[in-house]
Design a protein around this ligand. Structure first.
Ligand SMILES: *[C@@H]1O[C@H](CO)[C@@H](O)[C@H](O)[C@H]1NC(C)=O
Ligand SMILES: *[C@@H]1O[C@H](CO)[C@@H](O)[C@H](O)[C@H]1NC(C)=O
Ligand SMILES: *[C@@H]1O[C@H](CO)[C@@H](O)[C@H](O)[C@H]1NC(C)=O
Ligand SMILES: *[C@@H]1O[C@H](CO)[C@@H](O)[C@H](O)[C@H]1NC(C)=O
Ligand SMILES: *[C@@H]1O[C@H](CO)[C@@H](O)[C@H](O)[C@H]1NC(C)=O
Ligand SMILES: *[C@@H]1O[C@H](CO)[C@@H](O)[C@H](O)[C@H]1NC(C)=O
Ligand SMILES: *[C@@H]1O[C@H](CO)[C@@H](O)[C@H](O)[C@H]1NC(C)=O
Ligand SMILES: *[C@@H]1O[C@H](CO)[C@@H](O)[C@H](O)[C@H]1NC(C)=O
Ligand SMILES: *[C@@H]1O[C@H](CO)[C@@H](O)[C@H](O)[C@H]1NC(C)=O
Ligand SMILES: *[C@@H]1O[C@H](CO)[C@@H](O)[C@H](O)[C@H]1NC(C)=O
Ligand SMILES: *[C@@H]1O[C@H](CO)[C@@H](O)[C@H](O)[C@H]1NC(C)=O
Ligand SMILES: CC(=O)N[C@H]1CO[C@H](CO)[C@@H](O)[C@@H]1O
Length: 493
């Protein structure tokens, strides 16, 4: 939540907020990255089932690992990152899209952050597509692995458990929904087959040992291991414990594996949201180890690169924006892709609160249909999901309205009630009154109540376990706010 302010923003705020780091040093959560551990919370009780391997043009497996809130220079000064850089390619001009965390994760799956500029509870209607639709259309297997997820498909706002460093220190929120890229999308979480591919770290150890790591995966370490609540040195220790041994594990890294190690956003506004980013894995030829790639990339490049590699369709959103979605040169070279552009005047990716959209309650505009005239790097068609109203285009939308006041009818902050606590998807009626405080996530930590806006096909609706939590807080109070005030609020979250 805390996003330590930049000097420039601190001036706007008047005083710099306290740094979020907590004083603790790294200690391994498990005996090795291939071992299960009670510290990971959720047990593994099955092995991921994957469709047969779909060969890619440049790689057969893509693994994304995101750490948190770190400036380029901070990571570049870490000896562990320096060591890793010698084993891969450093992307010196790779940028996040906005602040704070959640909109970046949202964009990593859906190709847009839809105006979001905070870390609140959101759910996105099922007609909005994601990378999962593109991968599933070609049977490319995928999963996300979330450290400390209590069970597969858990949809709660966070999960609080015993502090595994020091049990007497009380409860700790190691897992947070806002760092889980597919979690916001009802097209994923409202579909049991898909929702159960949101897995935990005991599943990771299990799937790894069974050689079932899928072809596309997104890995989110917990709130201490990803540097969010700690420091770059703590995260570097975690990389030494977890990633470095896995680079030598054939079930993780083969000569057809590409690993993207990056951060969600920078810590300060100094460098325009530039992130120290590495391409690792056996698909990076030895002769390129220790080199820099200086082309301009953003989080959308991770979408376009995957689309390019497997000849997928596109989302017709940021993944097809020529400025924001260059394909990693390593891959473009291998596939013969020639549409990358040299962005000499990069866009300003530190702003967010002023961008209207369906997830900006104060500047609300409806979701738009994907741009079906866009051409993505995979060459396939723009994916149009069921129930998309093609008449909703950027140019046809009315001016933004303010739905930020309680009761103003902002529709996308409500919990759609997807409950996987039984190991199957059950849709809970989150509007029914109940003495139980159990939210759809299956624990007491889901954030939002209110009307379900979107239910999934093929599941049973139940009642009696509705959330009593309040709707997500809308911090920005109206369109009259100045740019400076909106920026300051966005950074203060
Ligand atoms: C859980 O974490 C603590 C702190 O790092 C560690 O001492 C303990 O050995 C871990 N448990 C397991 C099962 O690895
Ligand atoms: C990649 O690994 C496979 C299987 O281990 C091996 O047959 C092949 O020669 C390797 N290719 C390269 C370029 O190293
Ligand atoms: C890569 O870029 C860094 C600056 O980000 C620079 O210090 C380093 O010398 C460059 N390395 C190569 C091999 O060009
Ligand atoms: C992009 O263009 C600039 C200015 O013409 C040039 O200096 C730079 O080398 C180019 N970058 C790449 C990656 O081609
Ligand atoms: C692509 O992204 C840039 C930078 O954010 C933006 O200025 C431009 O409007 C976008 N293009 C389209 C077609 O949306
Ligand atoms: C891509 O190809 C160009 C031209 O052959 C070459 O100079 C460059 O080193 C290659 N870069 C990567 C990352 O493969
Ligand atoms: C998507 O679905 C929502 C909820 O059913 C609906 O309100 C909206 O108009 C749809 N948007 C598009 C672009 O199809
Ligand atoms: C896996 O765990 C879930 C929830 O913890 C449980 O409902 C389900 O029955 C278990 N499945 C198996 C195969 O044990
Ligand atoms: C959910 O509960 C509310 C309040 O009890 C009720 O009005 C509504 O009809 C229920 N919705 C469904 C789908 O059962
Ligand atoms: C976890 O969720 C609870 C309930 O929504 C909330 O009060 C708390 O602030 C959250 N903590 C974190 C770290 O997200
Ligand atoms: C759920 O997802 C699977 C895998 O993409 C797909 O085959 C199935 O049709 C989806 N079900 C619904 C009801 O959309
Ligand atoms: C739709 C539904 O599941 N309704 C149930 C709600 O809970 C009451 C009391 O447990 C049941 O009787 C209903 O069948």
């Amino acid at each position: 939540m805390l996003f330590p302010a930049a000097v420039s923003v601190a001036l706007v705020l008047g005083a710099a907020p306290a740094f979020a780091a907590i004083a603790q040093s790294f200690s391994p959560p498990a005996s090795s990255p291939t071992s299960q551990s009670s510290n990971y919370t959720g047990a593994s009780n099955n092995t991921l089932t994957n469709s047969p391997l779909v060969p890619g043009k440049a790689f057969d497996r893509f693994i994304q690992i995101w750490l948190e809130n770190t400036d380029f220079a901070t990571a570049a000064s870490s000896p562990v990152f320096q060591t890793l850089a010698k084993q891969g390619i450093t992307l010196t001009q790779y940028y996040a899209l906005t602040h704070p965390s959640e909109p970046n994760y949202c964009a990593a799956a859906g190709g847009d952050f839809f105006g979001m500029h905070d870390d609140n509870f959101y759910s996105i209607p099922k007609n909005i597509s994601t990378i999962v639709d593109l991968l599933d259309a070609k049977d490319v297997s995928w999963a996300t692995y979330q450290e400390n997820l209590p069970f597969d498909g858990y949809t709660g706002f966070n999960y609080t458990q015993t502090n595994y460093f020091n049990a007497s220190a009380g409860q700790y929120a190691y897992y947070v929904r806002k760092h889980n890229p597919v979690m916001f999308y009802n097209s994923v979480m409202g579909n049991e087959t898909r929702g159960l591919r949101v897995r935990n770290f005991n599943d990771f150890a299990n799937d790894l040992n069974a050689n079932k790591i899928p072809q596309w995966s997104f890995i989110t370490p917990n709130m201490v291991n990803d540097a969010h609540d700690t420091t770059i040195d703590f995260a570097a220790d975690w990389l030494q414990f977890w990633l470095m041994p896995l680079l030598g594990n054939k079930n993780f890294n083969t000569n057809r594996t590409l690993i993207l190690l990056t951060f969600d956003e920078s810590e300060t506004a100094r460098e325009g949201n530039r992130l120290f980013t590495l391409l690792l894995g056996g698909s990076v030829p030895t002769k390129l180890h220790g080199t820099n790639d200086t082309l301009y990339y953003t989080h959308y490049s991770a979408l376009s690169t995957v689309e390019n590699n497997w000849g997928l369709g596109s989302l017709g959103r940021g993944d097809t924006n020529a400025t924001l979605s260059n394909v990693f040169t390593l891959v473009a070279n291998a596939t013969g892709y020639t549409k990358n552009v040299n962005v000499t005047n990069p866009p300003q990716n530190n702003d967010s609160g002023m961008i209207p959209g369906p997830l900006n309650p104060a500047f609300f505009q409806s979701f738009t249909a994907p741009n079906t005239s866009a051409t993505g790097a995979g060459g396939g068609p723009v994916f149009v999901g069921p129930g998309v109203d093609m008449s909703f285009t950027k140019s046809s939308l009315p001016a933004p309205v303010d739905l930020s006041a309680p009761g103003a009818g902002f529709p996308f902050g409500n919990d759609p009630g997807f409950d996987y606590s039984s190991g199957k998807l059950v849709i809970v009626n989150t509007t029914s009154s109940s003495s139980s405080s159990t939210a759809a996530g299956g624990s007491s930590t889901a954030a939002a109540g209110g009307t379900s806006t979107d239910t999934a096909a093929g599941s049973t609706a139940t009642n009696g376990t509705g959330s009593t939590g309040s709707a997500a807080t809308n911090v920005v109070s109206g369109p009259a706010l100045t740019f400076a005030a909106v920026l300051a609020l966005a950074f203060a979250l």
